[in-house]
Design a protein around this ligand. Structure first.
Ligand code: BES
Ligand code: MG
Ligand code: ZN
Length: 491
């Protein structure tokens, strides 16, 4: 699909094209074109009756209209506006219409919205259909009609990079576990990223992981026939300086069976998406490189499969992580934090980044706490929590804070090692305890942990296809973009 820009004055109308009019409750629609406005006015009774969120397709002699009520003008909110855009695209797609023009001029009080419009068009157009006999319908062209041409031009460029990166993450996540093993994930990462400017990739194999004594990764992977990998991506976007500003760490669990604490019932279904954190990191660094952001970032993705077999690691095992701390395994299904322990401590020791962000589908408990509409955010920089939240609001990846105060630490005290991988107080505060566990491996560095189990898969009525959402990608990109400003607060 192509997204194009069209000045209101150059509008053409054909049978093959649907004209999309999102409009505010009670307001009559104007296209800026007299002829067209006459035709639209023939339908004013019909569209003015639509309630907020309702839509109608109407046919006229030269083509068709899509009217979509997006609520009251005085309640305009970015989030709801972008949802309306996504819904419009889904309607066009469901009706198998090849070309569309969306009229936006009267709807845009906010600066800088074009990139997000384009991201959301691409998000909504996406389907994971490449395994179907008949691949899904795709829209050919969407034109954005506006008079703010320069602004829109820039927005289309940025939005296309971000939108395509989001869908790259979704493709990685949606691919079944057997076809997205640690080795295959590493292969795609190298293939897709190493061709980009200022990017360098490297993959640690089993031998190297053993040499480095990453006992967490070794423990979790030992029950699987698949060799673990550690994927590293270095992006140096600053001209002279080589110092690493940010480290991105993504959980790359390519399939989580739970291990010997095997998952029961339906809870194993969807666990091929347990590498979504890794996918987000790869997609974000792709976008950051294509946008040429002036920042240096190191990415680490421990890629591992958690299986149950005669070789599996066991409850009661004591694993030595990269930083020397001994992890007591109380439950083999709390594996994400164990592989992240090695990645975090390696990143901190070798690169000393100014700030670390890890992204992981870490706990079902985060979903219990927050539902499916916000990412759970944890940080050891309490005083910057609201700055970090604002980045989420701007990016479209909403993050919401949960505490990780040191007093929680006693709940993951270990009897035989230094730290246990699950809590002693059964079942309570699971998302927090997972974050507390990670906190043992960052050596006091500024750190943000995003538990994206909440938003890993799409929910109904959000104008997105079933399956992976690409959650976290936009947060990381926005963070990189604003890092110079954030850095001042870290001192
Ligand atoms: N990958 C899961 C968490 C998860 C659950 C992600 C649902 C996405 C959707 C993680 O490895 C896990 O199994 N966590 C356990 C931890 C428990 C054993 C302490 C959980 O959440 O049940
Ligand atoms: Mg698990
Ligand atoms: Zn997992």
């Amino acid at each position: 699909m192509k997204i194009k820009l069209l000045a209101s004055t150059n509008l053409s109308v054909t049978k093959e094209k649907i004209l999309v009019f999102p409009f505010f409750s009670g307001e009559t629609i104007s296209s800026g074109n007299k002829e067209l406005d006459k035709k639209i006015s023939l339908f004013s009774d019909l569209y003015l009756k639509l309630d907020s969120g309702e839509f109608r397709i109407a046919f006229y002699d030269q083509g068709s209209f899509l009217f979509l009520n997006i609520g009251d003008r005085k309640n305009w909110k970015v989030k709801e506006f972008l949802l309306a855009i996504r819904k419009s695209v889904r309607i066009i797609k469901d009706n198998k219409i090849l070309n569309a023009s969306i009229f936006l001029d009267s709807l845009l009080p906010q600066e800088d919205i074009f990139s997000q419009i384009v991201e959301n068009i691409l998000l909504a157009e996406y389907d994971f259909s490449k395994y179907k006999k008949e691949s899904g319908f795709t829209i050919n062209n969407i034109e954005i009609i506006t008079s703010r041409l320069l602004e829109a031009q820039k927005g289309i460029k940025r939005g296309t990079v971000i939108g395509e990166s989001l869908n790259f993450a979704r493709d990685l996540s949606n691919t079944p576990g057997g076809e997205m093993t640690p080795s295959l994930l590493a292969t795609v990462a190298v293939k897709e990223l190493s061709k980009l400017k200022n990017l360098r990739t490297e993959v640690f194999n089993l031998k190297k992981i053993k040499e480095l004594k990453m006992g967490g990764i070794l423990g979790v992977s030992q029950g699987s026939a698949e060799e673990p990998k550690m994927i590293l991506v270095e992006y140096l976007g600053k001209k002279k300086d080589k110092k690493i500003d940010l480290a991105f760490i993504g959980k790359g669990l390519t399939f989580d069976s739970g291990g010997l604490n095997i998952k029961t019932g339906d809870s194993m279904l969807g666990m091929h998406m347990d590498m979504s954190g890794g996918a987000s990191v790869l997609a974000a660094i792709r976008a950051i490189a294509l946008l040429n952001l002036p920042i240096n970032i190191m990415c680490f993705i421990p890629a591992v499969e958690n299986m149950s077999s005669g070789n599996s690691y066991r409850p009661g095992d004591l694993l030595r992580a990269y930083n020397g701390k001994i992890i007591e395994v109380k439950n083999t299904d709390a594996e994400g934090r164990i592989i992240l322990a090695d990645a975090l401590s390696f990143a901190v020791k070798k690169y000393k980044p100014e700030l670390i962000i890890d992204v992981a589908t870490l706990t079902g408990a985060s979903v219990i706490a927050l539902g499916n509409r916000a990412i759970a955010m944890f940080t050891n920089k309490d005083e910057m929590e609201s700055d970090f939240r604002k980045i989420g609001d701007k990016s479209g990846d909403i993050v919401w804070p949960l505490p990780c105060w040191d007093e929680y630490q006693e709940e993951i005290a270990s009897s035989f090692g230094d730290v246990a991988n699950t809590g002693s107080n059964k079942g309570v505060g699971g998302a927090i305890l997972a974050a507390m566990f990670l906190k043992n491996f960052i050596d006091g560095h500024p750190w943000i942990h995003l538990d994206i189990a909440t938003t890993m898969t799409s929910i109904e009525n959000q104008g997105m296809a079933k399956g992976a959402t690409g959650t976290g990608v936009r947060y990381l990109i926005q963070f990189a973009q604003e890092f110079e400003e954030i850095k001042k607060g870290l001192k």
